[in-house]
Design a binder for this molecule. Structure first.
Ligand code: SDX
Length: 385
């Protein structure tokens, strides 16, 4: 006897889960109508102006700002986990120089689990240790894969440096200026968490099966790569290149909108006002572009921003975090195809933080689907089909 369960709302489903609340969280608050983002109740531009990435990660993971000794202890824990197993260094050396950095990163992060004896330990304490491990190792993987693909020797992590300064030092083989290190630190703060965005939600689907943190983060990296999500910052840079001279902006954008093509770095599932991260980055990118001789790039971005405001702001389409992060990362001197890996380096904080939070009252994520196919079909032998 077959028991058919009718779907709860026949004929109606929430496409893209746009209006579905999948769980509660105390990490990020987003007011999409008014363009507000808070991490544990602290407004994002207050944190960008006053905090550091490591302090923000502590806030997201422990629900409070650290004391000086707590922050020193956390930074020490991170630095103790910087190094990679020798097998991972060897694997990195064997990867094709032509590999897309996001593919290389997804592969290497997944491989880290093979050398972590507690990879499958689901205890909160073990997951917290693995969270710190991933936070510490991801910058080392990104910087040194880039060195490998450019035929340069690896630069091992300097345990005396923080994440932003340490990353740029490994990447370029020399210490960055204070301005550049601070610029990257601000970007890492702005990208650290953002509610149930696609990659965080993907990580939660994985962890909800009681799979492991490495599998959840590997899922998230693959999800973030898409140009509708974390890959947008690279797509913005390609668009800025494609446009050429700032005088071509109007024709280019008009044509894109006429063909109903998406302008990368604009629009958001939740923000129908200016993304507060884009607002902060706009000022930041302007100063940095000026200091690094990239004004024309910034002027192009401003011209696109202004034109899109005239054309589509009424539809709630505004710049998102990826629009001005492109100019910022370019001004810091980063290769375009490292923009999304740097998003990973920051969002690791949100991904593992949400996984650990969700596991405190886990429920397997398994939505329903509305079956619209046929019933009562006969099996026709192949010779008669
Ligand atoms: C990130 O979710 C998060 O929190 C993500 C993120 C995070 O921190 O994790 O904030 C990071 O991913 C930012 C978004 C980066 N992606 C892009 O910049 C890609 C370009 N943006 C779009 O693809 C789009 O805006 C989305 C995917 C971001 C959101 O799209 P939705 O909510 O699915 O809305 P939609 O595609 O159905 O668009 C609604 C309308 C459509 O017009 P109509 O058919 O109703 O006439 O708005 C239009 C769209 O054509 N529209 C755009 C547009 N985005 C939406 N038109 C031109 N350019 C755009 N960028």
């Amino acid at each position: 006897m077959s028991i058919t369960m009718s779907t709860p709302h026949p004929g109606r489903f929430d496409k893209g889960l746009a209006d579905t609340i999948a769980a509660e969280s105390a990490m990020s608050y987003i007011d999409g109508a008014n363009g507000v983002l808070e991490y544990v109740g602290l407004e994002i531009d207050t944190l960008a102006r006053n905090s550091t990435f490591e302090e923000v990660v502590y806030l997201l993971w422990h629900q409070k700002l650290p004391t000086r000794s707590q922050l020193d202890g956390f930074e020490e824990d991170i630095r103790a986990e910087h190094d990679l197993p020798q097998a991972i260094w060897d694997m990195m050396s064997s990867l094709p120089a032509s590999a897309v950095p996001m593919h290389a990163l997804r592969t290497l992060v997944s491989a880290l689990s093979l050398y972590d004896p507690e990879a499958d330990d689901q205890s909160p304490a073990s997951n917290q240790r693995k969270a710190t491990r991933l936070l510490a190792k991801t910058p080392v993987l990104i910087a040194n894969f880039d060195r490998h693909r450019n035929g340069k020797d690896f630069v091992k992590p300097d345990p005396s440096l923080g994440i932003a300064t340490g990353f740029l030092t490994m990447l370029n083989g020399k210490k960055p200026t204070k301005t550049m290190a601070q610029a990257l630190d601000v970007c890492l703060i702005l990208h650290a968490d953002h509610g149930f965005n696609a990659s965080t939600f993907a990580a939660l689907v994985t962890i909800s099966t009681l799979s492991d943190i490495y599998s959840a983060v590997t899922t998230a990296i693959g999800t973030l790569k898409g140009p509708l999500h974390g890959g947008a910052n690279q797509a913005v840079m390609r668009m800025l290149d494609e446009i050429g001279d700032v005088s071509k902006v109007e024709a280019y954008i008009t044509d894109k909108l006429r063909r109903k093509e998406k302008v990368m770095g604009f629009g958001h599932r939740v923000y129908k006002a200016y993304d507060p991260r884009a607002a902060y980055l706009k000022t930041f990118a302007g100063q940095l572009a000026h200091d690094t001789g990239n004004q024309t790039l910034y002027e192009k971005s401003e011209a696109i921003d202004k034109l899109m405001h005239e054309r589509v702001a009424s539809k709630g389409i505004h710049p998102n975090v990826d629009f001005y992060s492109a100019t910022t990362y370019y001004s810091i001197g980063l290769a375009v195809d490292l923009f999304t890996p740097i998003f990973v380096m920051s969002r690791i904080a949100g991904w593992v933080g949400h996984c650990i939070e969700y596991l405190t009252s886990n429920k397997l994520m398994r939505p329903r689907c509305e079956y619209v196919g046929p019933h009562n079909q006969q099996y026709m032998p192949i010779e008669k089909r």
